[in-house]
Design a protein around this ligand. Structure first.
Ligand code: GLN
Length: 489
């Protein structure tokens, strides 16, 4: 394969290490591809070209001096809700369209300290609210597999950029499915780590008890390499877990003979399209062939996950987004008559209707008299769902389920129907409510469009989850499929 951009992070790592390529060469190649494809796909909001080339030069100098680390010189791009010192962090909102962060998010800094090269900042649904990447002040992202379709969301720019080989790997965030669902829609691999595994410091907050940073890449092995960089304790995030970070790549090759994989009854229901079900059967067969044992398990309360999530997430969002008042950050209305006018018009102009809808729902759910009926009830359901998972993991090591009920839908198909859009998260939100790690990996095409299967594990089981996904990627080629339309552009 001569085109460098088509390689995995792991392959590029060995080419850098052997001296076959330099980081400047690699970075320039990706920058040129971004320049070619971004007008079509709209995956990047900002391309940090000169900064990337300077970082690549520094990486090559470190390699020459013998001080390079394992990831030195490898490119990455960040979802535009990770704060980047001196570079626009817009969260795809008009509200933050003039916000240049004065510091780096933990994840951004960790990548930089590992010597990685930042190519730019990726498009997303505004404030990470959405499942299609249509809610962006910077316009929708197109799915590289079919430009009339959405790439999923909210990390749609991250998924499209990896699927189109504009970057070998990208960060994303997942509050209710925003890494896994776009990975499914674009034929990429995505990992939402355990809540607390990756610091939220410098991530613009949506729903703080659910938000988790993670990665989208071309393979499970690439995710393992990247997770080793971004995981770890950070005292600046009080919910960051003080747990050692294992070498996620070291266990990838372990056998999964005897691994018990649970099939939750609630996730194989009539909502799942028959051809999606057929892809799941193929995944099950491939796992069986590797020696895994598939067992039925029950998750009795996950049917309530969507209503619980769409109370808890907006409630937390309504509190988190109160900081955008036209005074401290971002957009400020012109010539306000008084303070109230300043607040009202700055927020009225800065937020899109989806963000306003969430703030309204959240404020209502938290208001006096409704708190018990909605917020408290949702938290009770959350606890029951957590208990369901705890019980399921006494019977199996990992859970296997679909990621989405269907393949990527057409741009505009659900934009006028918020409830239809919220139902996109039907298979993913329970994992966030329970704080567990979840991954999505390609499971073959349906009508020329990618599908993805989901693995969910107990807290801090990322090594095992990635091991299982990697083993499957050794015996199947679903993760190698690329979108014909743009691959050779
Ligand atoms: N689609 C879900 C929402 O809109 C999840 C978003 C996310 O995970 N950030 O809230």
């Amino acid at each position: 394969m001569s085109d460098l951009t088509q390689h995995t992070l792991l392959e590029l790592q060995s080419q850098l290490q052997s001296g076959a390529i330099s980081s400047v060469e690699l970075t320039s190649t990706f920058l040129a591809r971004i320049e070619r494809l971004n007008p079509t796909l709209n995956a990047f909001i900002t391309v940090t070209e000169s900064q990337a080339l300077a970082q690549a030069q520094a990486a090559d100098a470190a390699r020459a001096a013998g001080t390079a680390g394992p990831l030195t010189g490898l490119p990455i791009a960040h979802k535009d809700l990770f704060c980047t010192d001196g570079v626009l962090t817009s969260c795809a909102s008009k509200m933050l369209s003039n916000f240049v962060a004065p510091y780096d998010a933990h994840v951004v800094r960790a990548c930089q300290e590992a010597g990685m090269v930042m190519l730019g900042k990726l498009n997303m649904d505004e404030f990470a609210m959405g499942s299609s990447n249509e809610n962006s002040f910077y316009g929708p992202v197109k799915n590289p597999w079919d430009l009339k379709r959405v790439p999923g969301g909210s990390s749609g720019g991250s998924a499209a950029a990896v699927a189109a080989s504009m970057t070998p790997i990208a960060t994303g965030t997942d509050t209710g499915g925003s890494i896994r669902q776009p990975a499914a829609f674009t034929g990429t691999s995505g990992l939402k780590p355990t809540y607390g595994r990756v610091s939220r410091f410098g991530m613009v907050a949506y729903a703080s008890s659910l938000d988790q940073g993670g990665l989208i890449g071309k393979s499970a092995a690439d995710l393992a390499l990247g997770l080793g960089v971004i995981a770890g304790h950070d005292p600046r995030d009080s919910t960051s877990a003080d747990q050692p970070v294992p070498d996620y790549t070291a266990t990838l090759t372990d056998s999964i003979q005897g691994l018990k994989i649970g099939l939750p009854d609630a996730f194989f229901d009539e909502r799942l399209d028959a051809r999606m079900q057929a892809r799941m059967e193929a995944v099950m067969d491939a796992y069986r062939a590797l020696g895994a044992e598939l067992v039925p398990v029950k998750l009795p309360h996950v049917a309530e996950a969507i209503p619980a999530y769409y109370v808890i997430a907006p409630a937390e969002a309504s509190a988190n987004l109160s900081r955008f008042d036209g005074v401290r950050y971002g957009h400020r209305a012109d010539s306000p008559a008084d303070l109230t006018d300043l607040y009202e018009r700055s927020r009225g102009e800065g937020f899109s209707s989806e963000v306003k809808r969430r703030i309204l729902i959240g404020t209502y759910a938290l208001s006096e008299g409704y708190f018990d009926a909605y917020y408290k009830k949702a938290q009770q359901i959350r606890r029951l769902i957590q208990q369901d998972f705890t019980h399921a993991f006494t019977e199996c090591d990992l859970l296997l389920s679909p990621t989405t009920p269907s393949t990527a839908f057409q741009i505009g198909a659900k934009s006028d129907d918020p409830v239809a859009m919220y139902l996109e998260d039907i298979y993913t939100v329970a994992t966030n409510l329970a704080g567990l790690p979840g991954g999505c990996f390609p499971s073959g095409l349906v009508d020329g469009l990618p599908t993805g299967y989901q693995l969910t594990g107990p807290a801090f089981s990322e090594a095992r989850l990635l091991n299982a996904a990697h083993q499957l990627q050794q015996t199947t080629d679903w993760h190698l499929a690329t979108p014909e339309e743009i691959t050779h552009v």
